[in-house]
Design a protein around this ligand. Structure first.
Ligand code: ADP
Length: 288
């Protein structure tokens, strides 16, 4: 059964969420969009219905958020709440309906980035955990880890200038944008490393070639959607597959505000945050 990090959106029947939520996290230039596009094509070619989700794409506030970012008029807490509004809107109106309809939702970043960005800027961890406790615990979270120096090279392939916020220029780490970018990305990576022990991310080496990373991600995602693809029902009537480790009871997600289970505390195993196996296969084959 699907679960959240604490609070549940009003009137949401978690049992009715038949799809799978897969999150790809990483810095700008870590290759998230490249890999999500490849995964989407691959999943669709196998008959899945796929929905892509990304931060700052809500119809409610995305334009205003872009405006706010340009002007730097909002303080840390106001900007954080703005982002949270964008997330909540998309959770209610995009992610949940898609999961209800049995889609595989591929999220280009999730609450972890929002929390990490706010934490490195000095926001209170507990407040953020409470704010984002409405978030659904994903079926899998992968963090594409790429060296900051490599990120810079890739960023310049996309655009001739570095992004002000992704370089952490508002933090006053350095007046030189290049130096600030490296420092900021190191802070973000340290925060993700810390979060990993709490939320159980799978860390993938994103410094490698696009096809090699894609191959690794496909293997991981295959395990998550396994029961969906083949509709395997185990002897006790439960669906097979689930977590990336496939290990029963390997619930890694720790409630942001309570939520489900606790960290497995196994210290070394990597894995996603699988939901409980369900009784029926999830996503219907896509009409083609
Ligand atoms: P993100 O969505 O994380 O910002 P993109 O997928 O847009 O990153 O990739 C940023 C740039 O880096 C693009 O020009 C892309 O072609 C390139 N790129 C992505 N992944 C790799 C990789 N593994 N190796 C080399 N270049 C890559």
């Amino acid at each position: 059964m699907a679960t959240t990090y604490g609070r549940v959106v009003p009137h949401l029947d978690l049992d009715a969420l038949r799809g799978k939520l897969i999150v790809i996290e990483g810095a700008d230039g870590s290759g998230r969009s490249t890999q999500i596009n490849l995964l989407k094509d691959w999943l669709e070619s196998r008959g899945f219905a796929v929905e892509a989700f990304g931060l700052r794409r809500s119809e409610l506030v995305s334009q205003e958020l872009d405006q706010a970012k340009k002007s730097s008029v909002l303080g840390l807490h106001t900007l954080t709440l703005f982002y949270a509004t964008d997330f909540a809107d998309q959770l209610e109106n995009k992610i949940i309906p898609a999961l209800r309809a049995g889609f595989i939702v591929l999220a280009d970043r999730y609450v972890y980035t929002l929390m990490a960005r706010a934490i490195v800027r000095g926001a209170e961890r507990q407040w953020l955990e409470s704010l984002y406790s409405i978030a659904l615990v994903p079926d899998a979270v992968v963090y594409l880890q790429v060296e900051p120096e490599v990120l810079i090279r890739r960023a310049f392939q996309k655009s001739p200038t570095l992004d002000y916020w992704e370089s952490g220029m508002d933090l006053g780490l350095s007046r030189d944008m290049y130096t600030s970018f490296i420092k900021f990305q190191k802070l973000m990576q340290a925060e993700f490393k810390r979060m990993r022990s709490v939320y159980g991310f799978e860390i993938v080496n994103g410094n490698r070639s696009i096809p090699r990373i894609a191959e690794e991600l496909r293997k991981k995602v295959e395990r998550v959607v396994e029961g969906v693809v083949y509709g395997e029902i185990t002897d006790d009537g439960r669906e097979g597959g689930g977590g990336w480790d496939g290990g029963e009871g390997d619930v890694r997600g720790v409630g942001l505000g309570g939520g489900r289970g606790g960290a497995s505390g196994d210290g070394g195993r990597e894995g996603g945050t699988p939901r409980e196996p369900r009784e029926a296969p999830a996503a219907p084959p896509r009409d083609r």
